[in-house]
Design a protein around this ligand. Structure first.
Ligand code: KE4
Length: 436
């Protein structure tokens, strides 16, 4: 674990692998969040993972605080999840026909998530949010949607407007290729800003199909809703007849078994899910009130489809993961680890005289290099990106793998230990000490 000597963070085999990939895949990666664009340098190429650890091509071990950007709440390669995947794959990988396992996963989601009475399984968080927006527009007959700057909902054209995550990290929050037609009905507001919400519903009464948000934001770093924000949003949308969509792709099954909506006691009309719900396999879901979901084809007329939707192998991973979360909820343990890590990182930064904020809900958290609390994208954008990059590389060199952007949340899971949290805090102390 973390040593005082900082190894050269990226070994020769990772560097060679990246050179090869650059000639084959745009930017050498299949998702820009992995490109280390926000911290410079080249990415580590991973050979395998187990529990809380990643192992790169050069045989180096890292304590993983990305967890595949959220799914790995049970740790990597959990034996019961792996066994479920193997057993399912041996019976065939895809049928293009319904299976009982899909109903089992649907039952688990409906049982856990308060807003979900009916659910449709898809292949990613992006598909889930894209579909939910279409359903909301189809059901209400309205065109406009409201999102919040710094929130990321996948690469849906109408939502790639002032987007967070890699879009913010790499400076394309409004991506080329998104046409005025695709984004023209999207209203972008500051997160946590109730007055702008009220004035928007005054000005566009009866025109808003849906408001979509991250109920706890991970994609501009961890930004927490103020006490009234979610409640006011629920009341305004109920009064106006707009569909309230909680994008819980990241927070679902992360913050509690029922996600942020259970934690904060605010029930949306629709919820989108991903990441943990698939146990690390390609699986997303969207659902909500029966009176809304009954309009989805073939029950209703709103089209949404997918060759591999409800794929049996992905569903097996999802069922195994949710079964383990239901039978032995890790949330109290994760809360205690999170408090320890937050307190320790904050103390290390404070002792080094480094301006910072630690913002956390459960096992998602961000250390902002920022002198002020971060309530919205404008605040987050003032964070010191260079300081974050130095922190990131200092920890990598000490065997700790943090998210490669100031505008992402870190995650940890059930296989992380108190000792590993303490070692992470020590690695941060050593890193800050090197700053001189
Ligand atoms: P996917 O299409 O990547 O499965 O989900 C999109 C998405 C939707 N909603 C929220 C709240 C999300 O966080 C995401 C995806 N999150 C990013 C990480 N911040 C995925 C990492 C990546 O893009 O590679």
């Amino acid at each position: 674990m973390p040593s005082t000597a900082v190894n050269h963070p990226v070994g020769p085999r990772s560097q060679a692998a990246f050179s090869r990939a650059l000639n084959l895949i745009p930017g050498g990666v299949n998702s820009p969040a992995r490109a280390f664009g926000g911290v410079g340098g080249s990415p580590l190429f991973i050979e395998r993972a187990a529990g809380p650890y990643l192992f790169d091509l050069d045989g180096r071990r890292y304590l993983d605080f990305i967890g595949s950007w959220g799914p790995m709440i049970l740790g990597h390669a959990h034996p019961e999840v792996i066994e479920a995947i193997q057993r399912s794959a041996e019976r065939g990988t895809s049928f293009g026909a319904p299976t009982e396992a899909e109903s089992e996963l649907a039952e688990r989601i409906i049982r856990a998530v308060p807003s979900v009475e009916r659910v449709r399984l898809v292949n990613s968080g992006t598909e889930a949010t894209m579909s939910a927006i279409r359903v909301a527009r189809g059901v209400t007959g309205r065109d406009k949607i409201v999102k919040f700057a710094g929130n990321y909902h996948g690469h849906v054209d109408s939502l790639l407007v002032s987007a967070g995550s890699a879009a913010a990290t790499l400076g394309v929050p409004d991506s080329p290729g998104v046409t005025a037609g695709a984004g023209g009905d999207t209203i972008v507001l500051p997160y946590n800003d109730i007055p702008s919400l009220v004035s928007t519903f005054d000005r566009h009464a009866g025109e808003v199909a849906a408001v979509i948000l991250e109920p706890v934001v991970g994609n501009m770093g961890c930004v927490i809703p103020t006490a009234d924000f979610l409640r006011e949003l629920r009341e305004l949308t109920r009064r106006d007849g707009a569909v309230l969509i909680f994008d819980e792709v990241m927070t679902g099954f992360r913050l509690s078994l029922g996600g942020a909506q259970s934690l904060y006691g605010v029930t949306p009309d629709m919820t989108t899910l991903g990441k943990i719900v698939g146990g690390g396999m390609p699986l997303g879901a969207y659902g909500g009130k029966e009176e809304i979901m009954r309009h989805v084809l073939p029950a209703g007329k709103i089209f949404q489809a997918g060759t591999l939707s409800g794929n049996p192998v992905a569903v097996a991973a999802g069922n195994a993961t949710l079964r383990l979360l239901e039978s032995d909820p890790p949330y109290d343990y994760l809360e205690s680890l999170g408090q320890r890590l937050a307190d320790g990182l904050s103390a290390a930064a404070a002792d080094a005289g480094i301006a910072h904020q630690v913002q956390r809900v459960g096992s998602m958290m961000t250390l902002f290099f920022n002198a002020c609390p971060v309530l919205n994208w404008r605040d987050a954008d003032l964070s010191d990106r260079d300081a974050f990059a130095r922190y990131f590389w200092g920890l990598i060199g000490r065997g700790v793998y943090m998210p490669c952007s100031q505008f992402e949340a870190l995650f940890f899971g059930k296989t992380h230990t108190i000792e590993q949290v303490d070692e992470t805090i020590d690695a941060a102390r050593q890193t800050f000490a090197d700053w001189g």
